[in-house]
Ligand binder design. Structure first.
Ligand code: FAD
Length: 545
């Protein structure tokens, strides 16, 4: 772990409680952009239980913080998804007589004092929240705890994001795991711990209807959710696509999970890959044999069918809990034990959720990875190309390598990309174009609807060979070979790179120069073999040109 990470400092702060807490008139749950749900939400559930016990109302606070979004390179699609989820939540909470009060605040350095003065305004006795693991958010929460305690208000910040809390899984030497396989072996036994880490948080109680005439709280029901945040507006066309691909709310997330567990992926039906295409498959309600999860072990790396859960936007925004996802796999297989076998579809899928835990643990305990530093400092001085044209061609999906272009165009269109293609496009940017991985990381955060600092940084540093448990620098993907494996039918490329739609056989993966020219498709920016040699040279001797 890094020296004294703010995550461990925060855990110390939350242990201490106020000796003589103020006699409050409300309990506040501060919802963050990673826990946007009512069901199985630990901080919300604990806040609700406390409010019931004290016989005082519960209210929910949400802070839109544009400067945080800028600092984390979060894009308009992610912000729009927050707003859409807030709108759904506001209605559901209002039905329970719980107000959702949304404010927009900047600058971020004054946010802690603003929140604490709001608590005083509401005459709040206690603040609850789920821990966010990004360094700025941890520092903010430390300050909130300090200020709240000075005002005699207790703060309870709890763990909710991962299946197993960061800091729980340690090596024999008491260190953070930086290699996934031993992490997984150490992570799995914790699933059987008491209290049950998969246990569903208790349901939220409705407020008494009299809260609507409460002088401090009643007026909060009238606050509206903004349609956009300044600087993060989506154009109507993009907004429509996002609404179609990624409907907001817990119900939509549960339907996505259900679709993964109960319905089949249909190859050759490109609607399956792109829900915007004509003929996109609708979920079947009755379980199908050979559902996506059943086939996940063998099919998950195929991008020419819709083989994965597509739950990442919902997990990143906490619209569904990772616990619920695991419980659903147990229900599906009728088992009391979590399946973690490499040999089953369910087991492989739960292992992916463990990757999400792994990267969040790394972020919490080695925060320098998110501050533009490589985890492996020996690669800090690798020399990068600064070719703006190449970078732009990569962003636009015009590199002349069909699988890379298909992936980038998918992300530009849908705000999401299949994991295998994320690895291919990331490796191509870093090793073939020799462009700094941080520029790719930034662009992904800007366009992805599932942008998550821990997983995105983990994925980029894996591809750049600079991270925890990375691919060795000399094992460089050949994008053409990768293309044949990932998209054996070529349907994925044909769909997202329509100018190549008529190509058949191997040509779709690597079109002959003359054919490409005729079709108006670019010639490759670099020759893969030469680029590969250059990358190996530069990684071997960081600092060399
Ligand atoms: P499934 O295959 O159905 O997996 C289920 C869930 O497990 C995912 O929703 C996700 O929460 C988690 N998961 C799966 N693979 C990984 C992984 N390799 N690392 C961490 N968690 C994983 N994931 C994000 O959620 N946000 C990001 O910003 C992000 N950026 C990435 C950048 C790069 C360069 C790479 C290589 C990977 C990145 N990933 C990111 C991880 C992964 O690509 C996506 O989580 C996955 O493609 C989402 O699709 P899915 O929900 O259908 O996944």
């Amino acid at each position: 772990a890094d020296k004294d990470p703010p995550f461990l400092q925060l855990l110390e702060y939350v242990k201490s409680t106020v000796k003589t807490p103020s006699k409050g008139e409300a309990i506040v749950y501060w919802m963050r952009m990673q826990d946007m749900r009512i069901h199985d939400n630990r901080a919300l559930s604990q806040a609700s239980t406390q409010a019931q016990k004290d016989g005082i109302p519960l209210l929910v606070l949400f802070v839109l913080s544009p400067q945080d979004y800028i600092a984390h390179d979060r894009g308009a699609r992610r912000v729009d998804f927050i707003l859409r989820n807030l709108t759904v939540l506001k209605t559901l909470l209002a039905e329970m007589n719980i107000p959702l009060y949304t404010i927009t605040h900047s600058p971020r350095r004054t946010l802690p004092s603003r929140v604490v003065s709001l608590l005083s305004e509401f005459k709040a006795a206690h603040l609850y929240g789920n821990i966010e693991h990004e360094i700025d958010e941890l520092r903010r929460d430390i300050q909130v705890c300090q200020l709240a305690k000075e005002a005699s208000i207790n703060c309870t910040l709890v763990h909710d994001k991962c299946i197993i809390a960061p800091g729980t899984v340690k090596t024999k030497e008491g260190k953070t795991y930086t290699v996934y396989s031993p992490f997984l072996r150490a992570w799995a036994p914790h699933l059987a711990d008491e209290p049950d880490p998969l246990e569903c948080a208790s349901e939220v109680h409705a407020n008494d209807p009299s809260v609507r005439s409460n002088p401090h709280i009643g007026k909060l029901f009238n606050c509206s959710i903004p349609n956009a945040v300044e600087g993060f507006e989506l154009d109507e066309h993009d907004a429509e696509i996002m609404r179609t691909c990624w409907p907001a709310g817990e119900k939509a997330a549960r339907e996505m999970l259900d679709r993964f567990l109960r319905t089949k992926a249909r190859t050759s039906q490109l609607g399956a890959v792109d829900p915007l295409a004509p003929g996109a498959s609708e979920p079947t309600r009755s379980p199908e044999k050979g559902s996506r999860v059943a086939k996940y072990k063998d099919a998950r790396d195929h991008v020419d069918a819709d083989t994965t859960s597509r739950l990442s936007p919902y997990l990143a925004a906490g619209v569904i809990s990772a616990r619920e996802c695991v419980r659903a796999t147990m229900e599906y297989s009728g088992s009391k034990k979590v399946d973690l076998s490499r040999e089953t579809g369910i087991g492989r899928w739960v292992q992916e959720l463990a990757w999400r835990d792994f990267y969040t643990h790394v972020l919490a305990l080695c925060p320098r990875v998110s501050m533009g530093r490589p985890f492996l400092e020996k690669y800090a001085n690798v020399s990068w190309e600064t070719n703006e044209e190449h970078l732009q061609a990569w962003k636009d999906g015009r590199t002349g390598v069909p699988i890379v272009d298909a992936g980038m165009r998918q992300a530009n269109k849908m705000g999401w990309m299949h994991n295998r293609v994320r690895m291919i496009v990331a490796m191509y940017l870093v090793k073939d174009l020799m462009i700094d991985w941080r520029l790719g990381e930034k662009y992904f955060m800007e366009i992805l609807i599932d942008g998550d600092l821990a997983s995105n940084n983990g994925g980029w540093q894996w591809s750049a060979s600079t991270g925890v448990d990375p691919v060795p620098y000399f094992r460089i993907f050949n994008p053409y070979t990768q293309s044949k494996k990932a998209d054996p039918t070529g349907e994925y490329i044909r769909h997202f790179v329509p100018e190549l739609a008529k190509l058949r056989g191997d040509d779709i993966h690597n079109p002959p120069a003359k054919t490409a020219e005729k079709l108006g498709y670019p010639t490759p920016l670099v020759k893969h073999d030469e680029a590969r040699q250059r990358a190996i040279r530069r990684y071997k001797n960081p600092g060399d040109e």
